[in-house]
Design a protein around this ligand. Structure first.
Ligand SMILES: NC(=O)c1ccc[n+]([C@@H]2O[C@H](COP(=O)([O-])OP(=O)(O)OC[C@H]3O[C@@H](n4cnc5c(N)ncnc54)[C@H](OP(=O)(O)O)[C@@H]3O)[C@@H](O)[C@H]2O)c1
Length: 283
């Protein structure tokens, strides 16, 4: 059995490779990466795989029984990139394709969902047996918010009382490893999320506990939030994106604490405070 992981030099991919190495011999694991020179420390076979250069993908997936396609990070370019990867997996005769998607990708207002929805459709149309991992938010996404809050004494946002069922990248990676090394996951769509859906008031409380000082959540209007982010130095486009995501959170798009990730990994997901504290230490 050969398991190929794309995006293996990314933050999620590195956790997946480490998790696979705990259960499989290194010879059965392939890191399929855009920049092989960044993968020399992974301790597994390395093959070049660039979503923008389809000719690299056929060779990267040759002989693979399973491929984990970790979604790319170039928003707006991902549909043709993922199409190329699915085409290569189909041509290579891959027996099981696993894809990292977004919560309720086929029925959500989440601004990041359309590329994932389109990729899921491409995968279904390919005929390759698949598993979709619809990952909720990484707890680590909130490191910049926590740093800003600790520096200023106030956590700002525009998510209202919306909830986020986040888990750590290590938790989501463990879910991917369980699917890649387990049986009976073909045809399944998993809504993977942390066990607890927290509010920004809860986030402020966890940051307070970490910082040892009281930090409150100040809920802003979208315009106020955008202006504050721009004033703090974010480019206008990025600020608009952050505000759109907070609106999505207020709408409830990330609130579904399904319990499916804990069931898959056989343990509770990492609590918000624990995951955030560890990520802040590493930052
Ligand atoms: N659930 C969430 O909260 C959340 C948050 C952010 C992103 N995501 C999604 O989840 C994915 C994994 O998360 P992450 O934290 O590991 O992101 P990441 O650290 O940015 O890793 C993304 C990986 O995609 C690779 N990649 C980008 N363009 C590529 C291309 N043209 N060909 C081949 N590989 C390419 C990158 O390669 P290099 O190592 O060479 O750069 C990197 O390894 C992201 O890419 C994104 O789709 C989810």
């Amino acid at each position: 059995m050969t398991i190929v992981v794309t995006g293996a030099t990314g933050q999620l991919g590195r956790h997946v490779i480490a998790g696979l190495r705990e259960t499989l011999p290194a010879e059965q694991i392939v890191a399929a990466v855009r920049s092989p020179e960044k993968a020399t420390d992974l301790g597994v076979q390395v093959r070049e795989a660039d979503y923008d250069r389809p000719e690299t993908l056929a060779a990267a997936f040759a002989g693979a029984s399973k491929v984990l396609l970790i979604s790319g990070n170039e928003v707006g370019r991902r549909v043709p990139q993922h199409q190329a990867a699915v085409d290569a997996a189909t041509q290579a005769g891959v027996a099981h394709l696993v894809y990292t998607s977004a919560p309720h990708a086929d029925d959500t207002t989440l601004v990041l969902a359309p590329e994932h929805k389109a990729t899921e459709e491409i995968i279904r149309a390919s005929g390759v047996p698949f598993t979709i991992l619809r990952n909720n938010w990484y707890t680590e996404n909130y490191v910049p918010n926590a740093q800003q809050a600790i520096a200023s004494g106030v956590l700002i946002g525009s998510a209202g009382s919306g909830r986020v069922a986040s888990a750590t990248r290590a938790d989501f990676a463990a879910g991917a490893v369980a699917v890649l090394t387990g049986e009976g996951h073909e045809g399944k769509v998993y809504e993977l999320a942390g066990d607890v859906a927290w509010t920004f008031d809860d986030l402020a409380a966890e940051i307070s506990a970490i910082a040892g000082t009281e930090i409150r959540y100040r809920d802003l209007t979208a315009d106020e939030h955008r202006a504050a982010l721009v004033e703090a130095g974010l480019p206008a486009e990025t600020a608009g994106f952050v505000v759109a995501l907070d609106r999505n959170i207020a709408e409830g798009t990330l609130a579904d604490a399904t319990g499916e990730l804990a069931a898959l990994i056989g343990r509770p997901t990492t609590p918000l405070g624990e995951g955030l504290a560890a990520a802040l230490k590493e930052a």
